[in-house]
Design a protein around this ligand. Structure first.
Ligand SMILES: *Cc1c(COP(=O)(O)O)cnc(C)c1O
Length: 426
C-alpha cells in the first residue's frame, strides 16, 4: 500500500470494512444477532465497565452497525460515530448528553418540519427549551445566547428551500458562547459539504435520505468531530463528571476526543434504546458505496430542473442555491462547489390551488413526504410537512401556501422536465 490518503469515493466503498475474518465474505455481513458470547467472566466484566471495547448486546453496538459508523465518521472527517434508528433518534440522543432540564439550545428557524415539531413539543416536555434564530441573520444567534445555552443546531443545506447556511459564521458564535455547534448535514451529505471542516463539533444525519439513498431504510447517525472541550465550567456533567452507571468513570477524561460519541452510545443509546437494525445498516452501507455518483447526478439534474422552472411562465420564483442569481449562490459556491443539493422549492403564480393541482398531475414525480430517494419526489409543504405551523411561521420557514418542494432524483433529466412541462401546462 502507498501512504496516499484515500479519496472520498474510495472511503465511500471501503472505510470501516474488511473481508469477514471467519468466512472471507467480501460484502459486510448482516450480524443479525441480539447478543455476543463473552470469552470469560473477566472479559464480560471489562466490557460492562468500559475497560475494553467489544460487543455485548445489539442495543449498544453491533458489528454491521460498526462498519457503518466507521464509514460515516471517515466521510465526515470525525473521530467516531454512532448509528441509531432514525434521524430524529440522533437528535434526541445528542441533546440528551448536552442539556439538563431547564437548559436551552438555539436552533435555526429553517429546519426539516419534523425537527421543528420535535424541538417545539417533545423536547419541551423534557424541559429542553428551544430558542429560534434566523440563519440569514447571524446576529440573531448571538442575541439568543444566555447562560443556559448548551448548544446551537443548524442544517447545512436547509429544508425546504435548499438554502445554504453560513456554517463558519455560526461556528464563531458557538465558540464565543462556549457551546458546541451541531450541524444536520442530511440534505448535503458529506459529498457536498463536510461541516467539521467549517467548525462543526457534532454532525447528525438522517441516513434515511441521501446516504441510504434508495428510500428503503430508516436510520440516523451522530458524528463526533472530537473538537470540543467538555470540561469547561462544569457545563456538560454527562461528559465531565463521574458517571455512577460506570463505577465513576469521567467520559471526557477516559475517552478524550471521542468522548461524545461514547456518551451517546453508553448513556444515550443504551438507556433510551433507539438502536438501528443491522439489516438497515447493511442497506445503508450499500447505498453509501454509490453516494458520490448518485449525489453528483442528483445535483446536475436538480440544476437542470431549476433552470427549466425559472424560465416557465407559470412559475413565480425558484429557490435553488445553484442558480447564479439565487440569494444563496455565493454561499453555495463557498460551501458546496460540487452542487447545491437536490432539494429545493419553487412557487407558482396560481398560489395554493395551482400547487395542489401540479402535485396531482405529475406522473414521474411521486407525491410523498421524503427526500433523498433515487426517485424524484414532490410535496406541497404548506398542506403536509409544515401544516402544523401558523401562516407567518410557514412563510418564515420557506413553506408558504404557493410553494412546492422537489427532491430531484437520478432519472434522465429530460424525462423529469417533460413531466413538469405536462403538469404545469395542463
Ligand atoms: C428526514 C430528516 C430528519 C429526520 O430523520 P428521520 O430519519 O426521518 O427520523 C432530520 N433532518 C432532516 C434534514 C431530514 O431531512
Amino acid at each position: 500500500m502507498s501512504d496516499r490518503l484515500p479519496g472520498f469515493s474510495t472511503l465511500a466503498v471501503h472505510a470501516g470494512a474488511q473481508p469477514d475474518p471467519t468466512t472471507g465474505a467480501r460484502a459486510t455481513p448482516i450480524y443479525q444477532t441480539t447478543s455476543f458470547v463473552f470469552n470469560d467472566a473477566d472479559h464480560a466484566a471489562s466490557l460492562f465497565g468500559l475497560q475494553a471495547f467489544g460487543n455485548i448486546y445489539t442495543r449498544i453496538g453491533n458489528p454491521t452497525n460498526a462498519v457503518l459508523e466507521e464509514r460515516v465518521a471517515a466521510l465526515e472527517g470525525g473521530t467516531a460515530a454512532l448509528a441509531v434508528a432514525s434521524g430524529h433518534a440522533a437528535q434526541v440522543v445528542v441533546l440528551q448528553q448536552l442539556l439538563q432540564p431547564g437548559d436551552e439550545f438555539i436552533a435555526a428557524r429553517k429546519l426539516y418540519g419534523g425537527s421543528i415539531n420535535q424541538f417545539t413539543h417533545a423536547f419541551k416536555s423534557f424541559g429542553w427549551n428551544v430558542v429560534w434564530a434566523d440563519p440569514d441573520d447571524i446576529a440573531s444567534f448571538e442575541r439568543a445566547v444566555t447562560p443556559r445555552t448548551k448548544a446551537i443546531f443548524i442544517e447545512s443545506i436547509a429544508n425546504p428551500a435548499g438554502s445554504i447556511t453560513d456554517i463558519e459564521a455560526i461556528s464563531t458564535v458557538a465558540r464565543k458562547a462556549g457551546v458546541p455547534l451541531i450541524v444536520d448535514n442530511t440534505l448535503a451529505s458529506p459529498y457536498l459539504i463536510r461541516p467539521i471542516d467549517h467548525g462543526a463539533d457534532i454532525v447528525v444525519h438522517s441516513l434515511t435520505k441521501f446516504l441510504g439513498g434508495h428510500g428503503n431504510s430508516l436510520g440516523g447517525i451522530i458524528v463526533d468531530a472530537g473538537t470540543f472541550d467538555w470540561s469547561t465550567g462544569g457545563k456538560y456533567p454527562m461528559l465531565s463528571e463521574p458517571r455512577p452507571e460506570y463505577h465513576g468513570i469521567r467520559l471526557q477524561e477516559t475517552f478524550g476526543n471521542f468522548a461524545f460519541a461514547i456518551a451517546c452510545r453508553v448513556l444515550g443509546l443504551r438507556d433510551l434504546g433507539p438502536a438501528l437494525s443491522p439489516f438497515n445498516a447493511f442497506m445503508i452501507l450499500t447505498g453509501i458505496e454509490t453516494l458520490p455518483l448518485r449525489m453528483q447526478k442528483h445535483c446536475d439534474n436538480a440544476k437542470a430542473v431549476a433552470e427549466f422552472l425559472a424560465g416557465h411562465p407559470a412559475v413565480a420564483s425558484v429557490s435553488y442555491a445553484g442558480l447564479a442569481n439565487d440569494k444563496y449562490n455565493q454561499l453555495a459556491r463557498k460551501y458546496a462547489p460540487k452542487g447545491a443539493g437536490a432539494v429545493f422549492t419553487f412557487s407558482l403564480k396560481g398560489g395554493y390551488d395551482a400547487g395542489v393541482n401540479l402535485v396531482s398531475k405529475l406522473q414521474l414525480f411521486s407525491h410523498l413526504a421524503n427526500v433523498g430517494d433515487t426517485r424524484s419526489l414532490v410535496i406541497h409543504p404548506a398542506s403536509t410537512t409544515h401544516s402544523q405551523l401558523d401562516d407567518a411561521a410557514k412563510i418564515k420557514s420557506g413553506a408558504g401556501p404557493d410553494v412546492v418542494r422537489l427532491s430531484v432524483g437520478i432519472e434522465d433529466k429530460e424525462d423529469l422536465i417533460a413531466d413538469l412541462e405536462q403538469a404545469l401546462g395542463a
